[in-house]
Design a protein around this ligand. Structure first.
Ligand code: 5GP
Length: 204
């Protein structure tokens, strides 16, 4: 049996619904998929939970994790650190799981250097206006923070052509269907099916 998992990088500007898309995929994949929980130095937002959305840590602790080599990748986004703890990801891949990393563009680039087989999906909003409306509607950030997020979003969308796939999130169900189709196709690629193919040939 092929126990090699699949690493899926999901990137999108803040406010594009990437967490919701991933949560829905994990539900549909029924125990076969999970997401990495990042570490961050940013403030917890209302409705978020420590250990569920992120591990919220001090800057000092974050820097310690980097120094100890515990991070698969990390970045500074806005004025905060964000990073992917390495060992849970490696463990989930060993278990043969589909592992989602919900990270920004630079992190995606760094992950691909370590895991060249990682599949990178970029989620775009239907329009820039729609994105601004969503961010303001969320009501969690100050005007300055929204402006900063929008300017980062613009720079990120420009780099979406570095990704393997682009999915528009206008209607949630359709965006989830599209991502599921990508993952299924990736799982059926010859590189992923080699073990199964050998098994069938050897028993012929
Ligand atoms: P937010 O503050 O909106 O939760 O996240 C800000 C950005 O940081 C998002 O684009 C999110 O995907 C990204 N991010 C979250 N965790 C990580 C991580 O572990 N590594 C990297 N490189 N980016 C992350």
């Amino acid at each position: 049996m092929n126990k090699k998992g699949k690493l899926i990088v999901i990137s999108a500007p803040s406010g594009c619904g990437k967490d919701t898309v991933v949560a829905e995929m994990i539900k549909r994949m029924d125990g076969r998929a999970c997401r990495s929980i990042s570490m961050t130095t940013r403030q917890i937002r209302p409705g978020e939970k420590d250990g569920v959305n992120y591990y919220y840590v001090s800057r000092e602790d974050f820097l310690k994790s980097i120094k100890n080599g515990d991070m698969l990748e990390y970045t500074v986004y806005g004025s905060n650190y964000y990073g992917t703890p390495a060992s849970p990801v490696r463990e989930m891949l060993r278990e043969g799981k589909v592992v989602f990393l919900i990270i920004e563009v630079e992190g995606g680039e760094n992950v691909k250097k370590i895991f060249p087989d990682a599949v990178k999906i970029f989620i775009i909003p239907p329009s820039f206006e729609a994105l601004e409306k969503r961010l303001r509607g969320r009501g969690t950030d100050s005007d300055d923070a929204i402006k900063a997020r929008l300017s980062i979003a613009r720079a990120e969308i420009v780099r979406a052509d570095e990704y393997d796939y682009i999915v528009e999130n206008d209607v949630l169900d359709k965006a989830v269907d599209d991502c599921m189709a990508i993952i299924r196709a990736e799982e059926l690629k010859i590189s992923s099916m080699q073990n199964k193919l050998s098994e069938v040939i050897n028993n012929a």
